[in-house]
Design a protein around this ligand. Sequence first.
Ligand SMILES: [Zn+2]
Length: 525
Amino acid sequence: MRFKLAFAAYNAGTGRTEADLQDPLFISPLLALRARGRNSSLITHHSSLRTLPPLPACIVPILLLFLFPSILAAQTSQPDWTKVEDETMRHFQALLRMDTSDPPGNEAPAAEYLKTVLEREGIEAKILSLDSKRPNLVARLRGNGKKRPILIMGHTDVVSVDPAKWTHPPFSATREGGYVYGRGAIDDKDNVVACLMVMLLLKRMNVPLDRDVIFLAEAGEEGSYQYGIDFMMKQHWPEIDAEYCFAEGGTIVSTGGKVRHAEIQTSEKIPYRVKLTARGPAGHGSVPLRSNAIVHLSQAVGRVAAWQTPMRLNDTTRAYFERLAAISPPEESARYKNVANTEKTAAIQEYFAVKEPHHHSMLRTSISPNMITGGYRVNVIPSQAEATLDVRALPDEDISHLLAEIGKVINDPAVEVTKVERLTRPATKPSRLDTEAFRLTEEAVKRHYGVVTLPTMSTGATDMSFLRARGVECYGIGPMRDVEDGPKGFGAHSDQERILEEALHKFVRFHWDIVVNLAKAGVPQ
Ligand SMILES: [Zn+2]
């Protein structure tokens, strides 16, 4: 009975089956725990153990078997999730109520708040900053060092708001109809609060760790990363050096009220800014010239827009389309399956360009002409005109080769192609899909949401690219989102922002599950 109960408690949280108990990989960590626990607090809370009289050696194995469940329950039993939900909501609302709009940032109240909460529970936490108004917070739970650390992170800054567009004030954290409203609700105070709760629970439950768990609440992710990740990488790398990292960038996709699949970000495109400058003689508008700079620039922009850059798959996008094909209705499935089929790909890519532009962009380095300037008076032919292209390169793109290709496509000596400085992020290879971290994430997805995981390459950029460039295998995660909510105006960076309370709470459990399974002591690699 005792055994059954303990097992049920364990099973409820982890999804382990009874068959797992026969598995040597499952048993051995328990033996390790038993060995490690002899002098630890783990055993000392079992006061009955201390009162046991000495036993003959032959009884010990039987006793151990009998005791495993209680050790197991003490070790891996689940938090009281109802209490956790109340506490999560309290911290989440407190963070949402801080106006950390970037610019100007002002992440200090959020970093201080987190530090106070963590330190109150005996977790070491530090504030590190390039500018005291824009601090980062780093907290660390120490493991036994058998494995390299994992880094969990979220950013405390949010994009600016136009309060007039909000039904509920943007920093009110109003709860209504099962949602919490506020700037940062899904970008990225959801990740911040999930990381915070994971740290608190690991500490409170005294989970023995094979690796350190580091929490970074970073400043400046929304366009001023010189205060955040860039500063941390350059000046405090040992504080965040890790084998794996988890941050924003993924989501659990729900449409029509049903969870469809999980997207775990394993790669991202790299933004560049490219300028086209057309030059020609100035003149009187009453005498049109073939050399008119605006005419040359317009043709150049037209040619670039009509040019389809070559398609190229990587490990992430290949797996993404294969897995998406496996869960899509027949017609869509056929498109995803044949994306690299030489006979069919042209038509599929054309379909994507019109109907699924996100997929079209995922297949290639994309170019979007987004700014154009030239001319200042109606009767003057200007001598110069410029267009700015937003280039989102595949991680392995050779950018100088790309500039040369753009030049060839334009094929006009009057138009110069140059790369302009842009606050950009380093180009990196996709994170591996064969790691313990990715496997455990996929398992957690299955357990909590019952769906398949698609590794994804973001068309936008995140701070994970800095970490990937230093060899950290990074995975973007996030809570469940209704796809329909974005177009309604409640997405990240939208006029309003909100999260389903239920999605937030489930995300905390999912996050906890990944971190515990990846960091707890005694699991062989
Ligand atoms: Zn974000």
